[in-house]
Design a protein around this ligand. Structure first.
Ligand code: AVJ
Ligand code: FE
Length: 434
């Protein structure tokens, strides 16, 4: 990771520009009606995400770093995620698509002036401007993933297209990999754009365990379904069983059965369920039930990170499974380059030192862990980014999906959500004690 000011400035400019190009794609591929409609009570209208991206950039770059006055103080509360739940956002007096575009573009123009004229340091606090630019690029990319989820929930014809990801095969791969017991370094104090919840680095002792070589595939998940997984209370946590009964769940979100065949809807297209692709759109409860049915369990968050980062040859933790180099298209399925996960066994160049595949990209992976602070955690730049979500309500997801940009994805990156959530691009892999 670069530390000299000119390299940081270039890295920030590249990251901000890439995020805005993706935002433009996601908000120009449908008409104004689809931008302002609510496609699911779980999601904001797309036009809310667009203006919220601009408003956060105004608050954290123009006001906090550069000390500018608010451009439109009356809109701050409309775009405060804690003031208005997603379901209520369509009834707010939101900026129109044209106004939201103009506002976000105006903020960006000023932010680039600030980037030109502000001395950059690489430290992890907001006052270290290098971090503030990285944080805002990650924030925009996270909302781009959120908008892609809205597109997946949207009814109607496809609006987005992308080439197919590379094919992989598990024929020559072991089903699981043994991760030997012992200490490893978890989290980071060095990565300049790591967010508060990834810090600080600290030692953990992780007993030996076995981890699936690849994420669980649709084909494997289908065996759980066909074995009566959704009708057998034995496999389910009580709250998961209650969810299955209440909503009469029989399969992952977006799957349905027709003429004896399982189909799924993906970005406006209905297609046969791809048996060799990692399963997507399962809740934590479904992942947990599958693992119990298979005689296994979900990995803990620390097991996941050790498998992804620990190099047994040197004893140090890498930035990514393949080493310290930034991800390329050879390493992982990231950045909405493709609109689906690659089949299991793809991306051999992205394997970990012990041979675990597809830890980064493809599907977010549910872990068994609650979202908790690391020892020495300090909230920044605001408590609402991570701290208010710590506790037993949220489960940690790791590794990133095909919809995550590389700026918001690394071996230490932590995502979290409620265990009932299914619309996110989440799958899982399983583990067992050694
Ligand atoms: C880390 C993905 C759970 O989208 O709610 C965006 C990221 N925080 N704006 C979310 C986030 C503030 C967050 N997740
Ligand atoms: Fe946000």
């Amino acid at each position: 990771a670069p530390t000299d000011p000119e390299a940081l400035r270039r890295r920030a400019l590249t990251a901000l520009t890439a995020a805005r190009a993706r935002t433009a794609t996601l908000t120009s591929c449908v008409d104004d009606h689809d931008l302002t409609a609510q496609h699911s009570p779980l999601m904001s209208p797309l036009v809310w995400d667009l203006a919220h991206i601009g408003n956060q950039e105004e608050q954290w770059l123009l006001r906090a770093v550069a000390g500018r006055d608010a451009m439109r103080p009356e809109i701050d509360s409309l775009y405060d995620a804690f003031e208005h739940p997603r379901a209520s956002r369509p009834s707010l007096p939101l900026l129109s698509p044209a106004e939201a575009r103009r506002y976000a573009a105006e903020v960006r123009g000023r932010a680039l002036d600030v980037l030109e004229s502000t001395p950059l340091e690489g430290g992890p606090r907001l006052v270290d401007a290098g971090f503030a630019f990285g944080m805002i690029a990650q924030h925009e990319q996270q909302h781009d993933e959120t908008m892609l989820i809205t597109h997946q929930l949207r009814k109607g014809p496809a609006a987005l297209a992308a080439p197919e990801p590379p094919k992989g095969s598990t024929a020559d791969l072991p089903a699981e990999v043994l991760i030997p017991g012992g200490p490893f370094t978890m989290g980071t104090s060095a990565e300049p754009w790591a967010l508060d919840n990834e810090r600080p680095s600290h030692h953990r002792i992780v007993p030996a365990f076995h981890l699936d070589t690849t994420p669980v595939t649709c084909g494997a998940y289908l065996r759980f379904i066909e074995d009566g997984g959704y009708t057998d209370e034995r496999w389910w946590e009580p709250k998961g069983w209650a969810m299955v009964r209440r909503h009469e769940l029989t399969a992952p979100l977006f799957w349905h059965r027709e003429g004896g065949q399982w189909l799924r809807r993906r970005f406006g297209v209905t297609e046969p369920v791809p048996l060799d692709e990692p399963v997507l759109h399962v809740s934590w409860y479904e992942a947990d039930a599958y693992a119990r049915w298979a005689g296994r369990r979900l990995p803990t968050e620390e097991e996941w990170e050790k498998a992804a980062r620990h190099d047994p040859a040197t004893g140090r933790s890498r930035r990514y499974p393949w080493g310290d180099a930034d991800p390329s298209s050879e390493h992982a399925n990231l950045g909405q380059r493709h609109l689906r996960p690659a089949t299991a066994g793809a991306y051999p160049a992205g394997a970990s030192p012990l041979g675990v595949r597809q830890l980064i990209g493809d599907v977010w992976e549910w872990t068994s862990s609650d979202f908790m602070p690391y020892p020495g955690f300090v909230a920044f730049p605001y408590r609402e980014y991570s701290e208010v979500f710590f506790g037993p309500d949220h489960k940690v997801l790791r590794g990133g999906s095909f919809a995550v940009d590389q700026v918001a994805c690394r071996g230490t990156f932590r995502n979290w959500d409620l265990p009932v959530r299914r619309q996110i691009f989440a799958g899982f892999r399983t583990a067992r004690d050694a």
